[in-house]
Ligand binder design. Structure first.
Ligand code: NAP
Length: 301
């Protein structure tokens, strides 16, 4: 027999845990479903930017996980494969069976996009990394390349500059997308240089990464590099969401202002939804608002 909840939150990242804990503290029966480790992408960030307290991503996620458990949230380690409407409520389908929910919040976040160039897969863990905070110490006094021009690329370039001899940021455009304070810090760091109009075309080496082939302003060059860190944006984890929920051109779930999708009773928060700012502060605020909106709605039912 299906286990039934007032609210099922899909994803135990910062958004999901905040929403679930808040809803449970307001008296709802809540479960979270997570296919991997709780915490999401912030687990890879040692120093959270612009967040009060300045704790690490792991500490922040662990605190939220503990608060969620103390609030009575049931944490279930299962991957969601589908959500079906069922008589005014929903069936959330997993490999371990079906869970019933009166309301569903999709907080499944996003994953880092891959470059899709030769050598990327082959050298994963042998010079190709997606976590500067985890792997930077292995590149002590080495030259490395970071790809991208957004907040992630510059934040991680700054982490790498604490260890590496040089950090070249290959950006396809002529203007950074990153917030000004990160761009300013990178510009002031003598170890960081930006290669404009540059795309990485191949990652080369023997046992480990040795070189990167870059197309820079139309011309191909190969440069020595022991590491490649690609931060070229995020892909939403939304494959399981019902087709009745619209996606934007990059696959994010479309919601209205209050974060509810076109399917009444299914909400989307954080990096999986279109229009998310990318700022943790905003993620926690919207997660609380959604929990409150759900509590008010269920109180009227
Ligand atoms: P992003 O903001 O989407 O930036 C991706 C960057 O990669 C852009 O500069 C883009 O170039 C470039 N790019 C995209 N596809 C590419 C490709 N195929 N080849 C080469 N370059 C490519 O991604 P992000 O930096 O990971 O940030 C994701 C979200 O998290 C954002 O909302 C961000 O604000 C947030 N975030 C915030 C912080 C913070 O608050 N400190 C830290 C990290 C992330 P174009 O500019 O030319 O499009």
């Amino acid at each position: 027999m299906a286990q039934n909840y007032d609210l099922i939150v899909i994803g135990e990242g910062i958004s999901g845990l905040t929403c679930a804990g808040h809803a449970a503290r307001s008296g709802l029966r809540v479960a979270t479903l997570e296919s991997t480790l709780f915490g999401g992408l912030v687990l890879n960030v040692n120093e959270l930017d612009g967040y009060p307290g300045k704790e690490s991503g792991t500490e922040f996620a662990s605190e939220l996980m503990q608060a969620s458990a103390e609030a009575g949230v049931t944490s279930i380690q299962e991957e969601v494969t589908a959500i079906h409407p069922a008589g005014g409520a929903f069936e959330v389908v997993t490999g371990a069976g079906i869970f019933g929910a009166r309301q569903v919040v999709i907080a499944s976040g996003a994953r880092l996009k891959k470059l899709g160039v030769p050598g990327e897969k082959e050298f994963e863990g042998r010079g190709v990394s997606w976590c500067a905070d985890c792997d930077a110490p292995m590149f002590q006094n080495e030259d490395v390349v970071v790809v991208g021009g957004g907040d992630s690329a510059l934040q991680e370039a700054l982490v790498l500059a604490n260890f590496c001899r040089s950090v070249r940021v290959a950006h396809r455009g002529e203007k950074l997308r990153a917030q000004k304070h990160l761009a300013d810090k990178a510009a002031a760091n003598a170890k960081i240089s930006i290669m404009w109009k540059s795309t990485v075309e191949a990652i080369l080496g023997g046992k480990m990464v040795e070189k990167v082939r870059v197309r820079r302003d139309g011309k191909i060059e190969e440069m020595a590099s022991a590491g490649v860190f690609a931060y070229i944006g995020l892909e939403p984890n939304a494959g399981f969401a019902p087709s009745g929920i619209a996606r934007d051109e990059r696959g994010h779930l479309v919601t209205h202002d209050a974060c509810e999708t076109a399917m009444k009773g299914i909400w989307a928060i954080g990096a999986v939804r279109t229009g998310y700012s990318g700022l943790l502060r905003d993620a926690t605020v919207e997660a609380q608002h959604v929990a409150e909106a759900i509590r008010s709605r269920l109180a009227l039912d």
